[in-house]
Design a protein around this ligand. Structure first.
Ligand code: C2G
Length: 131
């Protein structure tokens, strides 16, 4: 079974590790779509701290990630699922229900997030800190 998941993976942290590890355990290979800087600006109005090249390289270096690519649009999920021949789409539970419309193309699974950590929390904590 081939698994696909998507994310920004900015300020890479333990929640990202656990999500990707659990996603990989659902199948025999894991493909990860790393959202581009432009997609983040467009959808969240926020430029990631790490560039897309660095985010992609970090995710690609993990032993439980087999393949990476740039996710350029949220609306292209179906074509990514088809192109990478994914059997299972994994998303964090913050997206629960949002991708059920793809269940004719693959299984759609939402995994629980890790509590107490996020890129936003790290960003906010560091921006308030004195050097
Ligand atoms: N995650 C987690 N626990 C956390 C933080 C994040 O399990 N404490 C998971 C998210 O649920 C997601 C993945 O890690 O599955 C990547 O998180 P983000 O970088 O925040 O990505 P996101 O903004 O959800 O993805 O098509 C979706 C887009 O690419 C955006």
């Amino acid at each position: 079974m081939r698994v696909i998941t998507f994310g920004t993976f900015d300020l890479f942290h333990i929640g990202h590790v656990r999500l990707l590890k659990r996603a990989r355990e659902l199948g025999g290979s894991l493909t990860v779509g790393v959202s581009t800087d432009a997609l983040n600006v467009e959808k969240k109005g926020l430029s990631p701290f790490y560039s897309q090249d660095h985010r992609l390289e970090i995710v690609d270096s993990l032993r439980f990630v087999d393949e990476v690519f740039y996710e350029e649009s949220l609306e292209k999920k179906r074509s990514y699922v088809e192109f990478y021949r994914a059997d299972i789409l994994v998303m964090g539970e913050d997206w629960a229900g949002k991708f059920d419309y793809l269940s004719d193309a693959c299984s759609v699974v939402y995994l629980p997030r890790t509590d107490g950590v996020s890129s936003t929390l790290i960003r906010d904590a560091l921006s308030g800190e004195k050097r």
